[in-house]
Design a protein around this ligand. Structure first.
Ligand SMILES: [Ca+2]
Ligand SMILES: [Ca+2]
Length: 599
């Protein structure tokens, strides 16, 4: 994540053909031909035959009816009335709803509103989001550090290797007896965190926890997902191969002498808008911290459980478990090691001015780490040592707030785990979160869970929508009540185009999608199309990038419209691994449900 950095952008787009397939079909972007098209907001990829199908028409002139045409020959296949006009809750734009849920025939269609326009083409199919699911998981491959991305896997977005991270310097803030200032360590691999090229343990924590949870819940589908990555011919599922790229990096971030984990691996300052191979500034690991160490403990305990059955990985599950225990012990001895970048810069040189990910409340990291260690070991002591329910709140997951990740894990494995005080509370809390999200969602103008309050539109709002979806899916898994699935799907529809901006926020998908993410490779690679399968941050009325000269359009005052598809906009248009991960979970969960798995 980018914070407070002046961006001088030198961007020379060069036209490039995108005919090579990176392992799934990239839909060509269809230019907007008239304003009417953009007035019809829908999931631009499409719909499951048996699911709800809604488009929202944004127009000041009410229309009485709509119809669907087959894309191939424009045959009219369905018609119905439009619901009455009403304003959106935040931006107060007049809308009408077109509901074609009862039309279930697979095919490619457009929606026509006479007097207003014709929608982008969309598909009705039982596996309509399979390509998206693959692409979002493959998005992590495109974030790989320390390796070249060859053309056969990365298509036109192939690039040379950068950031080998084989001579990373111990920053003075991280010096210890066994690793004094200036010691050089190896810490290769991992994923670039976001639009920048640094690697942050705290943000890797929630990302890995979410992806490993997806594997725990949906391994049957993930095992079949071919990502066309270099490990495609080995005997491991590609989804796990990709997770291992970051896991093996994380293992190098632990000081073997004491178990503490460095907060991040970083340049002193952000790289320019250059490709990885062109970046050569020194790399450091900085101060060990309690948040990083507890997140690391959680991920390693979870990974040891998930990887245990794979005999192709001899010793890895054991290594992860030992690393988790060592980290846990360090955190017990260092319960208040805050990463405070300003304080650090006052004491040490060089100053570090990359993403801070500073967090001062570790109660939630403690819950998550304890939950994972308890689940893996079945030793109740871990959760007896901590306050599992410090208050009545159940905050939605974000990089600084991982309490629910712990509850999800406890609920997921409850039936095979020994009892502990309050065990039944975990399930109740998850269902409570989901029921609060459900409240009135279908009465809102966009028929979605996202946007119940303006507070949903914070920095990285797309991940709020995706994490709301995950909470709903957890409730479904506990109750088998499909109302939660339908609500989760409403937020996928939001991310893919049924929203106040009209954008599909996933690069490479939909007819009108994010084209200029704040993402160094997409800016510097000379390829017109952005690197695919990446989720843009989304509307963020904070507009923290305005001070650096980012100019938002006149129509972006409302929180749900505060979005700018420009690569200057790190506040609304950056991409990040912790935003892709919940979408990766949501997409695979809905595919598993609607294609018949119903798990
Ligand atoms: Ca593989
Ligand atoms: Ca926290």
């Amino acid at each position: 994540m980018i914070v407070n950095v002046l961006l001088l952008l030198v961007c020379t787009p060069i036209l490039a053909q995108t005919t090579d397939e990176p392992g799934y079909t990239i839909s060509p972007n269809i230019p907007i031909t008239d304003n009417g098209d953009h007035a019809i907001r829908l999931n631009q990829i499409g719909f499951y035959p048996t699911a709800s199908k809604v488009a929202v028409i944004v127009s000041s002139k009410p229309a009485p009816a709509f119809y669907l045409i087959r894309h191939r020959d424009e045959t009219k296949v369905f018609s119905s009335k439009l619901a009455e006009t009403r304003p959106t809750e935040l931006s107060k734009e007049p809308t009408q709803t077109a509901d074609f849920t009862t039309f279930q025939t697979p095919g490619t269609y457009r929606l026509v509103v006479p007097g207003i326009g014709t929608s982008y083409p969309f598909v009705i199919a039982p596996d309509v989001h399979r390509g998206l699911t693959k692409a979002v998981w493959k998005g992590f491959y495109f974030q790989r550090a320390s390796t070249a991305l060859p053309e056969r896997y990365a298509a036109v977005w192939h690039r040379a290797a950068g950031h080998p991270d084989d001579s990373v310097v111990i920053h003075p803030s991280a010096a210890s007896a066994t690793r004094p200032v200036g010691t050089v360590i190896k810490s290769p691999r991992g994923w670039y965190d976001a639009g920048d090229y640094n690697k942050y343990i705290v943000n890797s924590g929630i990302t890995m926890g979410t992806l490993l949870a997806a594997y725990e819940d949906y391994s049957a589908l993930l095992d079949t997902l071919a990502l066309n990555i270099p490990e495609r011919t080995n005997t491991l599922p590609d989804a796990l191969d990709e997770i291992l790229w970051n896991l093996r990096w994380m293992l190098t971030m632990q000081d073997p002498a004491d178990g503490g984990v460095y907060h991040k691996l970083t340049n002193a300052r952000f790289d320019g808008m250059i490709m990885p191979a062109a970046a050569h500034t020194p790399r450091y690991v900085v101060q060990k911290g309690t948040a990083a160490t507890l997140d690391f403990a959680a991920v390693m305990a979870q990974a040891s459980r998930v990887l245990r059955p794979f005999k192709q990985l001899p010793g890895l599950a054991d290594s992860c478990f030992q690393a988790a225990e060592l980290a846990w012990q360090w955190a017990q001895q260092h319960p208040r090691e805050v990463y405070d970048q300003a304080a650090l810069n006052n004491r040490y040189d060089p100053d570090i001015v990359t993403g801070g990910y500073g967090d001062r409340d570790f109660a939630d990291e403690l819950i998550w780490a304890a939950a994972e260690l308890y689940t893996t070991t079945q030793k109740v002591e871990y959760i007896q040592l901590i306050k599992l329910f410090p208050d009545r709140k159940n905050p939605l997951p974000s990089w600084a707030q991982v309490r629910l990740l712990g509850y999800y894990t406890l609920a997921r494995h409850a039936q095979r785990l020994p009892d502990y005080p309050g065990k039944e509370n975990v399930t109740m809390r998850i269902i409570k979160v989901a029921d609060e999200l459900l409240r009135n969602y279908d009465q809102r103008s966009y028929h979605m869970v996202m946007g119940a309050t303006a507070k949903d539109y914070l920095w990285g709002s797309s991940s709020v929508a995706a994490n709301q979806g995950i909470a709903l899916i957890q409730a479904y898994r506990l109750t088998q009540d499909q109302k939660y699935i339908a609500a989760a799907l409403s937020n996928l529809d939001y991310l893919l185009g049924r929203n106040s901006t009209g954008y599909c926020f996933v690069t490479g998908f939909g007819s009108f999608s994010t084209q200029h993410p704040h993402h160094r490779p997409s800016i510097a690679d000379g390829v017109r199309a952005p690197v695919p399968g990446l989720l843009a941050g989304g509307p963020n009325p904070g507009k923290q990038d305005k001070a650096e000269g980012c100019t938002y359009g006149p129509d972006t005052h409302a929180p749900d419209k505060a979005y700018l598809d420009h690569d200057c906009s790190y506040a609304s248009n950056e991409i990040a691994i912790n935003w892709n991960a919940p979408l990766a979970y949501l997409a695979v969960a809905l595919e598993a449900y609607y294609t018949g798995g119903k798990k």
